[in-house]
Design a protein around this ligand. Sequence first.
Ligand code: SAH
Length: 350
Amino acid sequence: MNRQEIVAWLEETADSRLAELFHRADEVRASCVGDEVHLRGLIEISSHCERQCTYCGLRRDRRALSRYRLSDEEIFDCARLAVNLGYGTVVLQSGEDDGQTADWLTGIIRRLRATTPLAITLSLGERPDDELVAFREAGADRYLLRFETSDPDLYRRIHPDRPGRRSDRLSLLRRLRDWGYEIGSGVMVGIPGQTIDSLASDLELFRTLDLDMIGVGPFLAHPDTPLGVRAARSEPRQAESSEQMTLKMVALARLVCPRANIPSTTALATIDPTGGREAALLCGANVWMPNLTPVQYRESYEIYPGKACVHDDAQRCARCAAGRIRSLGRRIGVGRGDSPALRARREGAT
Ligand code: SAH
């Protein structure tokens, strides 16, 4: 699919035409990654953050947010629950929290590797190279790091550097791959100042990076962040942060990266609690990330307001996911659900 076609689809709004796109993406999903929907249990291990991202409710200067950091035992309780619920993967996610030291994290990863069969995904932001190498050596399998937008000026505006450290998520993703991680990235859809053309570039970049995992969700304005209060910039070709635009991005991501694992995201479920999850699974998505974070901490991990499923405990999230996946005629993934894209690359190399 060339750039012109991508832009044309992103501009398309007729439901009848979009049904064709979604159907095509669903067929590619079925033939390239099958009917299994993999469950990845999300553990939000810390809400502390050193960064000042203008879109995110965890940003350092947000004094009103109560901060927490899970203890070792809380993390292992969540992991045991993941095993008991039949999940193949846990995702450890947090703000960029210097209070979680590299030694502590390495110990957690090593113990998870030694005591559970789970694949381990990290989503801890930008950490120094030596730490990321140590996490990989300790047994981490995958790393999620969204580049958020491929527009370098917009990225700089919404994701200020840490003093003395230039943020370059694209080169970091490439290094993560070299160190042996499966790599995941993605974007928010409808960031103020983000155009349709820039979404097309995001998709081209997914293809260039040959991602194993792609997460796409709508931008949700957080009233307690700079980007949430500022009136949306009047870009002539501003991309909407709508369900339709997000679904177009999911479908196009499936077409440009046929073997990637693509989640049906919580942000999409937040703007459409009754049908968002299903809609994404029907136009390219093949992963669901049920929340395992202990319920008492959920509200403090407030990257955006009104997050879906915030009061549902892990058992309830698991039952809900299973029921909704089966009602679509799909199967729940068994095992770790490693990257089909990675497998194809390895086979190509031998
Ligand atoms: N600190 C980690 C994890 C961040 S949370 C990191 O930076 O990678 C995971 C994702 O939530 C982010 O990558 C971002 O794409 C998304 N997110 C953050 N704020 C959001 C908002 N206001 N609306 C929608 N998605 C948001």
